[in-house]
Design a protein around this ligand. Structure first.
Ligand SMILES: [Zn+2]
Length: 192
């Protein structure tokens, strides 16, 4: 019932996480009403996503082969914080309670086991100055299982393993945690 180009855009938007068909229709209608200049800018930004890379060391999103955190030698090179997704890094950085390195796992143990960067993590821990691994997976069932799995395989290495303290409610995502909660969670991290 919609023109083909209109429907195709709706389909694209509907395929995005958290966007249902009704919301997709509203977004496309909104775009339809915008100026050609604004739409051009939007299309350019969308295309430029090809230029964004994954950091070769920590798997954070990055403009270059290594992200700004891995390149910053003033950061504590003896600590590494394991997070599920790149978005989890933002609130931890914003809390200013952590100045070590990161490692983006790419998910949790059972959801997409094959694509996780666990081998890369072990490789890095083995060949670096890391003395403490801080696990900051979400406080969900999957996050808990992942933390336990990581603890088990990190046992072989000469590193302390800790996890963020449960200042965060069970079932909560690091991504949405506020500064105060993260500060105390990091400070009171528990040895596993
Ligand atoms: Zn990096």
């Amino acid at each position: 019932m919609y023109p083909k180009a209109f429907q195709q855009l709706i389909d694209h938007f509907s395929s995005l996480p958290s966007i249902g068909p009704k919301m997709a229709e509203r977004l496309v209608l909104y775009l339809f009403k915008q100026s050609p200049e604004k739409l051009d800018e939007f299309a350019k930004s969308l295309n430029a996503i090809h230029e964004i890379k994954t950091c070769q060391q920590c798997f954070n999103i990055s403009q270059n082969n290594l992200c700004h955190i891995c390149l910053d030698k003033n950061r504590d090179q003896t600590k590494i914080c394991i997070i599920e997704e790149p978005l989890d890094l933002i609130p931890i950085e914003r809390s200013q309670a952590y100045d070590g390195l990161y490692h983006v796992l790419g998910g949790t143990v059972e959801k997409n086991n094959d694509s996780l960067t666990i081998n890369e993590l072990l490789n890095y821990v083995e060949n670096s100055e890391i003395k403490e691994v801080i696990i900051a997976t979400n406080f969900t069932t999957e996050g808990d299982l992942t933390a336990m799995h990581l603890k088990r395989i990190l046992n072989e290495f000469d590193v302390n393993v800790s996890r963020l303290a449960r200042g965060l409610a069970t079932g909560s995502d690091i991504e949405y945690a506020d500064d105060m909660t993260l500060q105390s969670s990091l400070k009171n991290r528990e040895r596993m």
